[in-house]
Design a protein around this ligand. Structure first.
Ligand SMILES: *[C@@H]1O[C@H](CO)[C@@H](O)[C@H](O)[C@H]1NC(C)=O
Length: 260
């Protein structure tokens, strides 16, 4: 078991450095999709660093966004300067529309590292006004988590790279399937409690730019996209952070940021 994990991790590190580098060739994967209709994913925001899209974020209340930790990490759980980060809300176009909102603080999970606990909460400078195109998504509870059996269909939406290597301007959506922890351990050494693995077709799944994308079932956020394995066509599962595992940390982080 330990050997499997170490081998898998070495492999991930290797592919991460290849695919995660900005100079990497397109990895041939897409968030195989259809264009999302305006207003279909009102909780989805584009997280921007230095005015470029880097990740998807999910509105969880008027002042808070949840995304993956690695996209806003400077070193481990230390975040990059908030002045470099903003979000575009209320638009399915990553380049235009909606509004750009500045960020007040960023909290990366204190145990983030080694591709685990890859979650961060961003607090906005000004609370959002909800509308048909801007709304919060409910967080999955322990009870919702229990229903995430193998094969459960989940919706994921993002602006990640497409098969052509191009970055879509319109939000793309896809349906993936829950892979059980047992099966994920077997296939990829990622059977952790804190992880929700997703099965996808060849040339489908989360890609660079989909980091942080919400994994959604019945209008509840059950996962936050973390990373994907390797190059085009791989059958390895995609990895997301399991939201119910982080219920306490999310609630505490929001409460602390409201008190600050
Ligand atoms: C989620 O459900 C699985 C069973 O499907 C269980 O093994 C796991 O402990 C649950 N995790 C949380 C955080 O509730």
């Amino acid at each position: 078991m330990a050997v499997t994990r170490i081998t898998a991790l070495t492999f991930i590190l290797a592919v991460f450095y290849v695919c995660g580098s900005t100079n990497a060739a397109p990895n041939g994967r897409i968030l195989e999709g259809n264009d999302a209709a305006a207003g279909a994913y009102p909780w989805v925001v584009s997280v921007r660093v230095d005015n470029s899209h880097v990740a998807v974020g999910n509105i969880i209340d008027a002042s808070h966004i949840i995304t993956s930790g690695h996209v806003v990490s400077e070193l481990g759980s230390r975040a990059i300067a908030v002045s470099r980060v903003s979000v575009r809300v209320g638009s399915i176009n990553q380049y235009a529309g909606g509004q750009i909102v500045n960020v007040e603080s960023i909290n990366i999970h204190p145990s983030y590292g080694n591709f685990l606990n890859d979650v961060a909460i961003i607090r906005l400078q000004k609370p959002l006004t909800f509308s048909a195109k801007i709304a919060a998504i409910a967080l999955a509870t322990a009870e919702d988590n229990e229903s995430l059996v193998e094969g459960t269909e989940v919706a994921v939406a993002g602006w990640g790279l497409q098969l052509s290597g191009a970055s879509p301007y319109k939000l793309q959506q896809a349906t993936l399937k829950v892979l059980s922890s047992h099966e994920c351990e077997y296939q990829a050494g990622y059977g952790y409690d804190s992880v929700l693995c997703l099965e996808h077709g060849v040339n489908q799944g989360i890609a660079r730019g989909d980091d942080g994308a919400g994994v959604v079932v019945n209008k509840k956020l059950v996962g936050v996209a973390s990373f994907f394995f390797g190059a085009g066509g791989t059958k390895f599962p995609d990895v997301s952070s399991r939201v119910s595992y982080y219920s306490n940390w999310i609630a505490e982080t929001i409460a602390a940021s409201n008190d600050a």
